[in-house]
Design a protein around this ligand. Structure first.
Ligand code: SF4
Length: 703
């Protein structure tokens, strides 16, 4: 038997694996955990992820792009990387090196990569797929509260009255958490669920009110709501005056807005708007869940601060049952932020552009003053764009598949072709990114390594190792530590994941995400929420309960959120909006979930949803194979005609890459425009046209 946190979504379900002869025979959900004995089919079917005929078992490398990959020992692979990195540092300097990681790496691996790249190699060009899902939430929390990290916890669900779910299909993507929400709705006479989404999602179906917002209409919608609160005298004046700043400007700004104009921009009918207003008015204790629909936008930070503004006006932060609650899409997106793996960060929510922060980390790492570069590194999109221009000598990609998951993926593929040294560290060669690797490094997967992850509610969970890893697979943290040692740096003498954890946790002492009290022994015993500053501390369920925030003067800030439409809007050539998302059966680019026949059968091929009016106008019948085309590229998918989607909008998933079938990668279509504050790309909206697919042979027959 072994216990580990589920490696899929950010709910962080704790699961028990029954093991026999080094095989997982059965998965059970743990009752005494945030998932309260529940799990979804992805967690329940985790035993299938081990049947991977393309599992990486030994390091592989090639000396040059035109040479075939060949097997290598770990010492040869590590020596090869160390030698090439040293040469790049000599010839190009640290700017020639980049690392692209993942919210699926555990905290220990994220920490050692950050230490190697930022502390030793001197490159802040470290970003991860968390940039694609969470960076607008990071920016929103930091601007408003002075610190990243949610003020809330899952236990707020059982005491909340109104659930406002915005840009999150929780029923599909965070199903266990949504079960808790639905249970609260059933158990309470007063609880209500409101879902804001352009689609009638499964979450919206189970809600009391569906608010079908137009793509890009979220900020206008939220401003309509707060302007109504202001006009009808429902602002918590005591809270606002005692615990916030910027209210005078915020109020003047809101008063300058026209309610009718906001309603029009939101795309929501007046009747629905009034019902939304009445629901928020009738109940107190508003708990707002939000995810990619809020974050993956050129106005992502504004959407986040608009949500927080609403809570500040109501005085509903830092109290049971209420608050802005950003959901994480990946199991350790929170932990990666805590170790500071994004290009502007350092461990413990420190920043590379703060001299004191750099000095503290350099001292802790035993590095000379000035070792850490004071300039934030390139974020995900500009990093791959720079690589496509030939500006990097080496990219190390760990635990992620950017050839499928990056927006405008053709640019990413060009970057991977052009970069002289591409290192891919993963559990499998089935990822499309692995096809571009000059060095392949085999990593342990779930159950084969011990490590730590932080879920959406700041709960730090330790996973056990309960399987022997096959072949030469190693824990992810071990690999950068070996390269650091091979390059002659000190500070990489870790014997175990516990050593890494001890060093990282000590670096968080006195910081907002203080984990100094989380000893290895305590984490083995039970998960803990941060802040947890000393070994007798139980961990705080909620933050800001005293009304003191993480800003220099302790006050939360109102931010002016501008209603903005996405940067690319439909026109005569590309007349439809494309919005993207996930389905319950698959996980990101399917490198694990596709190994389960049960899951693969549920959604066996790429599809898109289109409204019957649009389908009729386009001459598309149900199940027709179609091509979705944007200014950047195209992707084929099969039509699902449904009134669940607004007219003028099509919805498709990004799960399928070129290894499934050529020409199906939806991210060949999406755009790489980013939020100017968070640098998160606008994966949720771009302009497309849709046509029936006509094969070359069909064209020939017609001629
Ligand atoms: S809800 Fe998320 S964490 Fe829980 S079992 Fe499903 S995928 Fe795993």
């Amino acid at each position: 038997m072994g216990r580990a946190v589920c490696p899929y979504c950010g709910v962080g379900c704790v699961l028990d694996a029954t093991v026999s002869e080094n095989r997982v025979k059965r998965i059970d959900a743990v009752a005494d955990a945030p998932n309260q004995g529940m799990m979804c089919p992805k967690g329940a079917l985790l035993s299938r992820v081990f049947d991977d005929e393309k599992r990486l078992l030994t390091p592989m490398l090639r000396q040059s792009k035109d040479a075939p990959l060949r097997e290598a020992s770990w010492s040869e692979a590590v020596g090869f990387i160390a030698e090439r990195f040293s040469a790049i540092l000599d010839q190009r300097g640290p700017g020639g090196l980049a690392w692209y990681g993942s919210g699926q790496l555990d905290t220990e691996a994220s920490y050692v990569f950050t230490k190697l790249f930022k502390g030793c190699l001197g490159s802040n060009h470290t970003d991860t797929n968390s940039r694609l899902c969470m960076s607008s939430a990071v920016a929103g929390y930091t601007l408003a509260f002075g610190s990243d990290g949610p003020p809330t916890c899952y236990d707020d669900i059982e005491v909340a009255d109104t659930f406002l779910i915005l840009g999150a299909n929780m029923a599909v993507n965070h199903p266990v958490l949504f079960n808790r929400v639905r249970r609260r709705r059933t158990d309470s006479d007063t609880a209500r669920i409101v879902t804001v989404d352009p689609r009638l999602t499964k979450t919206a179906e189970h809600s009391d009110l569906h608010v079908p917002v137009a793509p890009g209409g979220d900020v206008a919608l939220l401003q309509w709501v707060v302007r109504r609160l202001l006009d009808t005298g429902r602002v918590d004046d005591n809270f606002v005056s005692a615990h916030t700043e910027g209210w005078t400007e915020q109020r003047a700004y809101l008063q300058s807005l026209d309610l009718d104009d906001l309603a029009r921009r939101s795309g929501v009918a007046d009747r629905v708007l009034l019902e939304l207003d009445a629901t928020i008015t009738k109940n107190r204790r508003l708990l707002t869940f939000y995810c990619m629909g809020a974050n993956q936008s050129s106005a992502g930070t504004d959407k986040n601060t608009a949500i927080i503004n609403l809570h500040l006006m109501l005085g509903e932060v830092g109290k049971p049952g209420c608050g802005p609650f950003s959901l994480t899409g990946q199991p350790n997106a929170m932990g990666g932020r805590e170790v500071g793996y994004l290009g502007h960060q350092l461990p413990g929510y420190r920043r590379v552009d703060c001299e004191q922060d750099r000095a503290e980390v350099e001292t802790a790492w035993g590095r000379p003053h000035g070792s850490i570069c004071d300039t934030p590194g390139l974020t995900a999109v500009p990093m791959f764009e720079a690589a496509a221009r030939g500006e990097f000598e080496a990219m190390w990609i760990a635990c992620t598949n950017p050839a499928v998951s990056m927006p405008d993926a053709n640019t990413t593929k060009a970057a991977l072709r052009r970069t002289p040294l591409v290192i891919v560290q993963d559990i499998t060669a089935r990822s499309e990114t692995a096809a571009y690797a000059d060095v392949l490094l085999p990593a342990c997967q779930w159950g084969e390594k011990a490590g730590t992850m932080t879920n959406s509610e700041r709960l730090v969970v330790r996973s056990e190792r309960f399987l022997d890893a096959p072949g030469d697979c190693k824990p992810d943290w071990w690999v950068p530590a070996q390269v650091g040692r091979a390059m002659g740096y000190t500070g990489f003498e870790f014997e175990s994941h516990e050593d890494v954890w001890d060093e990282f946790a000590a670096l968080t002492a006195g910081r907002p995400c203080d984990m100094a009290g989380m000893t290895n022994a305590r984490l083995v015993d039970a998960p803990l929420r941060w802040p947890c500053p000393h070994p007798a501390h139980p961990g705080d369920a909620r933050r800001y309960t005293d009304g003191v925030f993480g800003t220099p003067n302790g006050k939360a800030r109102f931010n002016l959120s501008q209603p903005r439409v996405p940067l690319e809007t439909p026109d005569a050539e590309y007349p439809l909006w494309l919005t993207t998302g996930r389905v319950a059966a698959h996980w990101h680019t399917r490198t694990k979930s596709a190994l389960s026949p049960e899951l693969a059968r549920q959604e066996p091929r790429p599809f898109f949803e289109v409204h019957p009016d649009d389908a009729a106008a386009l001459g598309i019948e149900a199940d027709a194979e179609c091509v979705i085309t944007s200014r950047r590229g195209l992707a084929k998918a099969f039509a699902r005609i449904t009134e669940r989607i607004r007219p003028g909008v099509v919805f498709a998933t990004f799960h399928f890459g070129d290894s499934f079938a050529p020409g199906v990668n939806l991210n060949d279509v999406t755009q790489s425009a980013c939020c100017p504050k968070s640098k998160q790309p606008e994966l949720k909206a771009c302009a497309v046209r849709v046509e029936k697919f006509v094969s070359v042979s069909q064209e020939g027959a017609a001629a």
